[in-house]
Design a protein around this ligand. Sequence first.
Ligand SMILES: Nc1ncnc2c1ncn2[C@@H]1O[C@H](COP(=O)(O)OP(=O)(O)OP(=O)(O)O)[C@@H](O)[C@H]1O
Ligand SMILES: Cc1ncc(CO)c(N)n1
Length: 280
Amino acid sequence: MTPTDTTDGAATRPPVVLSIAGSDPSGGAGIQADLKTFSALGAYGCAAITALTAQSTRGVTGVHVVPPEFVTAQVRTLVDDVALDSVKIGMLADAAIVEAVGELLGDRLGAPAVLDPVMVATSGDRLLDEDAVAAMRELVPRAAVITPNLHEAAVLLGTEVAADVAAMERQACQLVERLGARRVLLKGGHATGEDAVDVWFDGDRVELLRAPRVDTRNTHGTGCTLSSAVAALFPQRASWLEAARDAKDYLTGALRAADGLGIGAGNGPVHHFHDVWGRA
Ligand SMILES: Nc1ncnc2c1ncn2[C@@H]1O[C@H](COP(=O)(O)OP(=O)(O)OP(=O)(O)O)[C@@H](O)[C@H]1O
Ligand SMILES: Cc1ncc(CO)c(N)n1
């Protein structure tokens, strides 16, 4: 599998994709992972930063949040000049930024958004204030796709974490029916089992996206990578489901490519380059 072929890469305008997310200096997650993913998948990446984290593969030691009006200013200045093809939304840090991004989605962006409702890092550190969950529920219907992990889906629904794929399917449906999500890619990375199974529901059909579980602790940035890959691929594919399938394939390759990389002493990062296609 390869990204969309172009006969003359230099002369063809690539899809322009914006990430609205936090910075991870370790390069495994956040804006840094998003931009690497966009480039590897043939998109042109833009980025508006919501928060700086002091973070490594071992965890998060600090968060410095950008004022919400400056998040808005970054995005407005960009979209007044550059036409976007899609948007990925990651760490939003607090309720005021969630609300500011909701307003931007309402009328300013002119492109569909993939919302990764980031709440907690791989290391267990909080990346969204607890009192921002209600605002996040309001943001859900404004995104074209949401990509919660098992914990985020349970928090959004106010229920238990899904214990098996059947429960994931039920929760994906509830996210559409109760919270008004338009499409859901519910990630099963934190489940157990031979395969890493994600559940897709678009209000019409349930599909299981399945890949062999990679035996690794280098899972830092898997969620950021998957949502960014969906945003980068949607303009290059015939449907959201096709973009999601190929994004999962890319992510699995990036996980395999991280094997033996030796970056950091904690949960190491996934690795991005064009060649990870086909490794899944
Ligand atoms: N060990 C693994 N092997 C294969 N795929 C995995 C593995 N761990 C996670 N995934 C996949 O990675 C993607 C991200 O899932 P996950 O549930 O880990 O998201 P997340 O918790 O948001 O990620 P992050 O840890 O970056 O915050 C999903 O497609 C999931 O199936
Ligand atoms: C900045 C940032 N965004 C998202 C995640 C989720 O993994 C993270 N660890 N850091």
